[in-house]
Write a protein that binds this ligand. Sequence first.
Ligand SMILES: Nc1ncnc2c1ncn2[C@@H]1O[C@H](COP(=O)(O)OP(=O)(O)OP(=O)(O)O)[C@@H](O)[C@H]1O
Length: 272
Amino acid sequence: MTAAVSCTGLTYAFGDTKAVDGLELTVEEGEVFGLLGPNGAGKTTAIRCITTLLPVPAGMIRVFGRDTAGDPMAVRRLLGYVPQQLSADANLTGRENVTLFARVFDVARKERAERVGQALAAVDLTDAADRLAGTYSGGMVRRLELAQALVSAPRLLILDEPTIGLDPIARTGVWEHINAVREATGMTVLVTTHYMDEADQYCDRVGLMHRGRVRALGTPDELRRGLAEKRGTDTVPTLEDVFRDVAGSGLEDEGGDFRDVRSTRRTANRVG
Ligand SMILES: Nc1ncnc2c1ncn2[C@@H]1O[C@H](COP(=O)(O)OP(=O)(O)OP(=O)(O)O)[C@@H](O)[C@H]1O
């Protein structure tokens, strides 16, 4: 079976900063794959390369077998992307926002209204569809952005920190909607998150990223059991313990942490 995403030797630098440094990553079709790591690990840069928003200066990325450098348009047609930055317009209604994306993604005119309605229904926004997005709560904005990404019926949905800054109920709501669509369509999901508990609960496999590379890979259970064996204890460690073990003291040195507030603040601004 062709992998949904395969990155080989992916490297991307901003000046002297190597944001992604020889990344090897495979996301299998149909799975929910979590890319985890502290601020600055290189998650967003890797995702921007996969979505073709950034060029690939070194290495190779394939999305369902298509080379992102050779055929970026074919790759874009397969993707839905929810970026960290706000992608909904507060001055449009929910329906108008999703319709805009349907036009951008070239959803056939005859099908457009129906597909927009389906995408809004999939995230439980039918009743609020004709209200201005500026009146939505943070959780509703995130679900609207999800609908925008889903309207083109992507085979691969990429989400960059989809739940950051949301309260626990809104976070659960976002995940429930992602999972319902995935079950109905078989869509593959690649998600970045700071929240280890979420990754544990919702991701089939996770890659722990630090300083531009994936340093540990497996199901959350495999990673936790691996550390318990290494330590020779019966106490089951958390994914955060696993990450600390993989990243060593480097985390504290760089001031990065999973609960770093920078991203939280950024998201709080974006929905405010
Ligand atoms: N546009 C840019 N110009 C210069 N440096 C950048 C730029 N974008 C990212 N970087 C740097 O590249 C490195 C990786 O950043 P990236 O945003 O990919 O990490 P991340 O894991 O997604 O972190 P976060 O959770 O904060 O988004 C960091 O050192 C960051 O400062």
